[in-house]
Design a protein around this ligand. Structure first.
Ligand SMILES: Nc1nc2c(c(=O)[nH]1)N[C@H]1C(S)=C(S)[C@@H](COP(=O)(O)O)O[C@H]1N2
Ligand SMILES: [Mo]
Length: 365
């Protein structure tokens, strides 16, 4: 959004603001700078003065709370987590190439970014409110109105009480060591590491402990995985299943798709990520359509909630070359080969093998 980002960001929509960095910009930093971090919004960004911001905690709790930002900072231990946010629509363009998905942004592999987040543990705040027995879900509500929802309503969602009280789930007011910018949810947002980005509710205003999932549109109707033969026009509340953990996925960020390159050794770089209790175990690269594979080198481990950058140096033959990758997670799951096999009507979770095509020229020797 800030000046100077126009060559870095691909803007899908101005308002609501939806933009992703180019693959090569994303590849530059393992901790994504704020000006490069993707933005995914369902409504107009609300501007809330930090002094006026209040968080209500209610529902099945002993002590309903109303907290200011100063209260949050004073009453709870400061914690940090390096976490990747990945939109469920990341890499949708690959599904749209299989079959049209109308009305949805054609996200590339840039609807994923990683930051160091600072704030308070949601578990600590919920403990202060005192959850009553029988709580199964924690609901989040924000003030931004999503026009695409039926009926139009404030953005919201929920996560399980177990995930909400796991140490990694946080209320965040710092991003990469600076106050959380408004476009990423400032003054305060939720960050749910390991879950799809949709659960990390920005501009959080209300947290409700309850015994059922949220009936907000973005929990009950959207961000659900429907079968490939579902008619999106006829689906409704509760169809399919709600997306929670991020599925094992990877992307090739360098070189650029359609790059023209000299023959000889070329370094391929990308990211791999798997949500919740899974880690990245290995990434492989192929330049012959998956007949043979070369193991990539995993770069720095930023912790259990962060993506893993990887690179591999391969010898490229002359001609049109397709470079493919596949990641394995710590349960030995591997990415599916074809986007056809994971196609679904709203176009979520395209975790098929990423591929780019490059034109390789002989260098006179
Ligand atoms: N209040 C609110 N929170 C929200 C959203 C939104 O539109 N409104 N979008 C969600 C989605 S779908 C994603 S992927 C992430 C994106 O966070 P970012 O814009 O900071 O990258 O925020 C989530 N939280
Ligand atoms: Mo998202």
């Amino acid at each position: 959004m800030s000046a100077g980002t126009e060559h870095v960001m691909v803007v899908h929509e101005q308002d609501p603001y939806n933009a992703e960095p180019t693959p090569s910009a994303l590849a530059e930093h393992a901790l994504t700078p704020v000006g490069v971090f993707y933005g995914r919004n369902h409504g107009t960004i609300p501007v809330i003065a930090p002094q006026e911001w209040r968080l209500r905690i209610d529902g099945m709790v002993e002590h309903p709370l109303e907290l200011s930002l100063a209260d949050l900072k004073q009453r709870f231990a400061h914690r940090e987590v390096v976490a990747t946010l990945q939109c469920a629509g990341n890499r949708r363009a690959g599904l749209q190439a299989v079959r049209d998905i109308p009305g949805q942004h054609p996200w590339g592999a840039g609807a994923t970014s990683t930051a160091r987040w600072g704030g308070a543990g949601l578990a600590d705040v919920l403990a202060a409110a005192g959850m009553r027995p029988g709580v199964t879900d924690i609901e989040f509500e924000a003030p931004d109105i999503a026009g695409e929802a039926t009926p139009p309503q404030p953005y919201g969602s929920s996560i399980s009480a177990a995930k909400a009280t796991a140490g990694e789930t946080m209320l965040i007011w710092e991003m990469n060591g600076k106050p959380l910018p408004v476009e990423h949810g400032g003054p305060v947002r939720v960050v749910v590491p390991g879950h799809i980005g949709a659960r990390s509710v920005k501009w959080i205003e209300r947290i409700t402990a309850q015994d059922h999932p949220s009936d907000n549109f973005f929990q009950a109707s959207a961000y659900r995985l429907l079968p490939a033969d579902a008619d999106p026009a006829r689906t409704g509340i509760g169809d399919g299943f709600a997306l929670t953990a991020v599925a094992l996925n990877s992307a090739i960020l360098r070189p650029d798709d359609h790059a023209v390159l000299p023959s000889g050794p070329t370094t391929i770089k990308g990211y791999a990520y798997a949500g919740d209790d899974r880690g990245i175990a290995r990434v492989d690269v192929s330049v012959d359509g998956g007949r043979t594979w070369l193991q990539a080198e995993l770069e720095e481990d930023l912790g259990p909630w962060a993506w893993r950058f990887w690179h591999a140096t391969v010898g490229l033959p002359v001609g049109e070359v397709t470079i493919t990758a596949r990641a394995w997670d710590t349960t030995a799951a591997v990415q599916p080969e074809h986007p056809e096999s994971v196609w679904n009507p709203p176009g979520y979770i395209n975790n098929s093998w990423p591929a780019i095509t490059v034109s390789v020229h002989d260098v006179a020797g």
